[in-house]
Ligand binder design. Structure first.
Ligand code: ADP
Ligand code: MG
Ligand code: MG
Length: 258
């Protein structure tokens, strides 16, 4: 079992023009273990993507206080690729396009990066695994030969993030608004992929604005983020309550003035 722990995390970003630092995360606490499914919900602009980018090591986000640990060891000094090799994966809210690298090359490199240098995964085994995952996600193998995300539709990008996750098999996957812009069929396919990964060696953190995704991927824990903090944690019922009463209702209940 692995544990990813965020403790009193404060994160600031720099304004591109004024160069002034603005504090976005104001003391986030979160602990997740493999085998668990967590969801973070919250209004737009509250810091959800900031949290995921910071966990993954995006250098635009400056940790000013607190820590992020994997199995008790701080990862703050690790670069993005080191964090990936340590078992962290982020499906970005806006996946980037990379010209010149095919989707397949990208995944193969990522898979082999987690293995000893002299023991790459045999290509046969890799392709077999890829085929199985493509089938689960209802994707054509033509997708793997295209340049990464180039010309992919919004839905294809999201589906492809899940394909990468299934192929790379991280310990922890953060899915940042994987549901946004998906129709119900695509959403079900994405959920099928995530549910297929479920098991004792895999933990998910789903970031979403809406309860809808949680009808297909059942969370053990639901956290609500507002104004840079997790203000409430509960089970799946909390998401249903939010759907019914909105974030404003919760603000009133907690006496928050944000
Ligand atoms: P959410 O994902 O909850 O919608 P974000 O984490 O994307 O929220 O954004 C939280 C706040 O941080 C917003 O006010 C946003 O404008 C600001 N922010 C996020 N990333 C950056 C950045 N790279 N540079 C400047 N401001 C940013
Ligand atoms: Mg947003
Ligand atoms: Mg976001």
């Amino acid at each position: 079992m692995a544990t990813l722990k965020v403790t009193d995390l404060h994160v600031a970003v720099e304004d591109e023009e004024t160069k002034e630092r603005k504090e976005i995360l104001k003391g986030v606490n979160l602990e997740m273990k493999t085998g668990e499914t967590h969801a973070i919900m919250g209004p737009n602009g509250t810091g959800k993507s900031t949290l995921s980018e910071t966990i993954m090591g995006n250098s635009n986000y400056h940790v000013t206080k607190g820590d992020i640990t994997l199995d008790g060891k701080s990862i703050l000094g690790m670069k993005v690729d080191e964090r990936a090799r340590a078992g962290l994966f982020l499906a970005m809210q806006y996946p980037v396009e990379i010209k010149g690298i095919t989707n397949m090359e990208f995944m193969r490199t990522a898979v082999n990066a987690t293995r000893p240098k002299d023991k790459p995964l045999p290509i046969r085994k890799f392709l077999k695994m890829l085929d199985e995952n493509l089938e689960i996600l209802n994707m054509s193998d033509e997708m793997t030969e295209r340049y990464l995300n180039e010309g992919f539709s919004g839905g294809e990008k999201k589906r492809n993030e899940i394909l990468q996750m299934m192929t790379i098999k991280p310990k922890f996957a953060i899915l940042d608004e994987i549901d946004s812009g998906l129709d119900i069929d695509a959403l079900q396919v994405v959920a099928k992929g995530v549910n297929h990964m479920e098991g004792p060696d895999f933990g998910t953190l789903m970031i979403t604005h809406y309860q809808r995704l949680l009808n297909y991927i059942h969370p053990d824990f639901v956290h609500v983020m507002m104004d840079g903090r997790i203000v409430k944690t509960g089970d799946a019922d909390l998401a249903k309550k939010l759907e019914a009463e909105g974030y404003a209702g919760l603000k009133d209940e907690l006496g928050l003035d944000v």
